[in-house]
Ligand binder design. Structure first.
Ligand SMILES: [Zn+2]
Length: 234
């Protein structure tokens, strides 16, 4: 059984691109992409894509990003983007005698032909799956950025682990950038000489200072918050 056949003919290379969807087992479909060199003695190269792979190929065509897929028999289909055109290539590397170069065929599509190919791929493989939006997280992130802006002067401060009233680094707080930070974050009578105290909490240190009760939890939250900091401005 097959549903949907699409062909495109490249006048410059005399290569035809064909797409076909086939049910290979009950409930299992493949999108078969064939490039056929229509010159005399021409080759015919075929790659079988799962619907997921075909969707990723469609995404790459739509987004202008490169795509390469190697099927189980070691044949490759690739998408490359040039100026105003998209190149689809198939390289056949299966059943190669020693020393023989792999066969390769390409077509170049431009303008409306790219749009038609994309539409056909979407029809055969299914609609694009968008990642679910997490509005609750976005809202909470903006609210916290506003609060931290008020408290620290920086909407996305770097975080550190702190030692509050326990003996262990079980708390978290924004990195201290207070005016007298260097002077205050020093243990003057440390054995062997004064020592910088990065985990201590002094009058210069900004809020919020949060006790998690766990060194592991504190370390994780600091990594999480700092990953968010590096992710960009809220
Ligand atoms: Zn401080």
């Amino acid at each position: 059984m097959s549903d949907g056949t699409y062909t495109y003919y490249d006048d410059d290379t005399a290569v035809e691109l064909a797409l076909l969807r086939k049910e290979v087992m009950p409930g299992h479909h493949r999108v078969i992409l064939t490039l056929h060199d229509l010159s005399i003695g021409g080759e015919r190269l075929t790659v079988w894509l799962t619907l997921g792979d075909a969707r990723r190929m469609a995404d790459a065509i739509e987004d202008g990003t490169p795509f390469e897929f190697v099927d189980p028999s070691d044949d490759v289909v690739s998408v490359e983007h040039g100026t105003l055109q998209t190149k689809i290539s198939v390289i056949c590397r299966s059943f190669l005698p020693d020393g023989e170069e792999p066969s390769r065929l390409s077509v170049r599509l431009a303008g409306v032909d790219v749009v038609l190919l994309l539409a056909e791929l979407r029809t055969l493989s299914g609609r694009r799956v968008a990642p679910p939006a997490n509005h609750a997280l976005d809202t909470a992130r903006v609210a916290v950025a506003d609060m931290l802006g008020e408290l620290t002067g920086n909407r996305r401060p770097k975080w550190r682990v702190i030692i509050t009233d326990s003996e262990s680094p079980t708390g978290i707080a924004p990195v201290c950038t207070g005016e007298r930070s260097d002077a205050l974050h020093t243990i003057p009578d440390f054995p062997g000489g004064p020592k910088r105290d990065d985990e201590g909490v002094y009058d210069c240190c900004p809020w919020p200072q949060i006790e998690t009760g766990s060194t592991v939890m504190a370390a994780y939250l600091v990594e999480l918050l700092n990953a968010d900091t590096e992710g960009g401005d809220a």
